[in-house]
Ligand binder design. Structure first.
Ligand code: F6R
Length: 603
């Protein structure tokens, strides 16, 4: 989603452009930069498409000691140069970049700005025009005007603002969209993601909602909207910048798929002791055990990991578990049990849809636990408890290793709960051994990637649509596999409970429709074979992915045997590779599928 980078006190152009390039993975459709050299010269450049288009539009001598830049993922108005940020006011004095959505921008525009000539369709321009108006009409300074305007704004924002009459300041503000201040020696940086400026500093302050700041090269002042000063404690970020590099891989997605064996082994070490007993914060286990029902909320791939989590919690922790789409639950809150506990699954920890549910849970005093890959993220900070997914930075828009990490952490929690309550299934669940087997299994799948590439080319690339079908634990896996394939290859794919096809959807099967059958569930394996026959006899081109003990010699991909409940950890990797190779063979930008963003901070 949109990205922000700003710097003050240092040659700004390259820092901003490189910082924006580091955020490219989040998905965007236009970009822009404003630089001021503090000698009266300002440079505004905006371009549609990639950062390289923006760079190409800039001349060599354009630089500044202050710079703010933005990658935009269109919400209000098309991805055009006029709608790209920075947005500016009528007098060309104020320049602003903004992530988020201003919900009442139409009202503000109608109420205060009917005489203003707008250049864009954006909600952001309304804010910058309004700040300009307040400064002129009320004769207040820019920082005061920013606070006055934001007091009337409803919505989410991370904002950087430069006033070119005092360009040695960057004014900042945050509400519901991430923003952090990075502290340097005689310079300061501001970014929506620390990853973008790790080459500048490792010392950061995360702004909280409702905070504003006045940043100069050697100083910073943070306040709330009422003007009260805020003391914030800087912390050190210890992410290895190399972890975010592409290495020798052509795309991040393949790199991240191939990192999964290490993620599985690392999680086993991190969360299990020598004997395989979970090492989980006792407070978290206590809170989980106190609940009479678990409710998992998430979006997209994380939601699919939640569906697997339901099976794990019900089997090993013996607790009823509901899984909900955060975007639906936020405004249609489900009926609760007496002692619910909410679990939020989120790679980014910033998903706005999940945050709405979290806020509602906080209001209702429901205990909450966030499982996320970004520990300082909003969902981690605001929940009662949080746990790290330990997957390392995930850059490709399509989530891969975060999904496997989510499933593993859910399995660990389920075992921890079940062991505490004396559940036999949990005690006998050989998680450590199975994670080792899963890591080896994933390696074997990765080893057979040429075969998957060849099958993807033969069956998928020329097709407009496809199906994944499965039963039991393969059903949530089919949903995830289908999402992966459609999002990166643009092949319309549906994930189906195999037996449901005959209740309607089988009418879509025609000659050569690709159907990928997942066969990991021993209870329904024979029925699953029958469901595959049904589509074969209607002309489908079938690819089968089966666990070794259920496999037949003619199956296409045979997976090593591991505990049934953990089979998604291995079979998902085959699905990820099918998606990757289908996308690559179609010549698409695998890491940045069209219209998508990595961290979805709008509802
Ligand atoms: C798909 C994908 C998305 C995310 C979803 C939730 O590959 O990445 O479906 O899973 O947007 O994001 P997080 O997990 O960051 O809350």
């Amino acid at each position: 989603m949109c990205g922000i980078v700003g710097i003050i006190g240092k040659s700004a152009k390259e820092v901003v452009l490189d910082g924006l390039a580091n955020l490219e993975y989040r998905g965007y459709d236009s970009a822009g930069i404003y630089l001021n050299d503090l000698k009266g010269r300002g440079y505004l450049t905006k371009a549609t498409g990639r950062i390289k288009n923006l760079r190409a539009k800039m001349t060599q001598d354009e630089d500044g000691l202050v710079g703010i830049g933005h990658t935009r993922w269109a919400t209000h108005g098309k991805p055009t140069v006029a709608n790209a940020h920075p947005q500016f006011d009528e007098t060309n004095r104020f320049y602003m970049v903004h992530n988020g959505v201003i919900e009442n921008y139409q009202e503000l525009k109608a109420k205060y700005l009917s005489d203003v000539n707008f250049q864009s369709d954006t909600d952001t321009e309304v804010i910058v025009q309004l700040i300009s108006k307040v400064v002129n009409d009320k004769k207040v300074d820019t920082f005061t005007a920013l606070k006055m305007v934001l007091a009337e704004v409803k919505g989410s924002y991370a904002i950087l603002l430069v006033d070119n009459t005092i360009p040695d300041h960057i004014f900042i503000a945050k509400n519901k969209s991430p923003l952090m201040l990075g502290l340097g020696k005689d310079f300061n940086v501001i970014a929506s993601d620390a990853l973008s400026v790790l080459d500048q500093t490792k010392t950061f302050i995360d702004l909280a909602d409702g905070q504003v700041g006045d940043i100069t090269k050697a100083n910073y002042v943070l306040e709330n909207l009422a003007g009260e000063k805020i003391q914030a404690k800087p912390y050190e970020v210890n992410i290895d910048p190399n972890a975010a590099s592409k290495d020798t891989y052509e795309f991040y997605m393949l790199k991240e798929i191939c990192e999964q064996p290490s993620v599985l082994r690392h999680l086993a070490q991190y969360y299990l002791d020598e004997e395989g007993k979970p090492k989980v914060d006792q407070e978290i286990v206590d809170a989980l055990i106190r609940a009479d029902r678990l409710y998992i909320f998430a979006a997209g791939t994380s939601y699919h990991a939640g569906l697997v989590g339901k099976v794990l919690f019900e089997k090993f922790a013996n607790i009823p578990t509901e899984v909900g789409l955060a975007s639906e639950a936020g405004y249609h809150f489900p009926m609760m049990s007496k002692k619910p506990l909410f679990i939020f699954l989120s790679q980014s920890g910033e998903t706005a849809d999940s945050r709405v549910v979290l806020q509602e849970a906080i209001k209702r005093n429901i205990p909450t636990l966030t499982l996320t890959n970004v520990l300082g993220s909003t969902l981690a900070r605001e929940a009662s408890y949080s746990m790290s997914l330990e997957a390392g930075p995930e850059i490709a828009v399509a989530s891969t290793k975060a999904y496997t990490a989510q499933v593993v952490v859910e399995a660990i929690l389920a075992k921890a709960m079940g062991e505490r309550t004396g559940d036999d299934a949990a005690k006998n669940f050989a998680l450590k051994e199975n994670l080792a087997l899963a890591a080896e299994g994933v390696e074997q799948v990765i080893f057979s990637k040429e075969k998957i590439e060849q099958l993807a080319k033969e069956y998928l690339v020329l097709s407009r649509n496809a199906f994944y079908i499965g039963r039991g634990i393969d059903y949530p896996l089919a949903l995830e596999a289908a999402l992966k394939l459609k999002e990166v290859s643009y092949i319309q794919t549906e994930g189906f409970a195999a037996a449901e096809l005959k209740h309607g959807t089988i009418s879509l099967i025609e000659k050569n429709t690709p159907v990928i059958g997942l066969i990991n569930d021993p209870i329904t394996a024979d029925l699953m074979r029958g469901n595959i026959e049904e589509v074969v006899s209607r002309g489908a081109s079938v690819i089968t992915i089966a666990s070794k003990k259920l496999a037949k010699p003619e199956d296409d991909i045979i997976l090593p045997d591991i505990d049934y409940y953990l089979t998604p950890l291995v079979s998902v990797v085959a699905a990820q590779l099918f998606a990757y190779y289908a996308s690559k063979a179609k010549g698409l930008d695998v890491d940045k599928p069209r219209n998508l963003a990595k961290s979805v901070t709008v509802e």
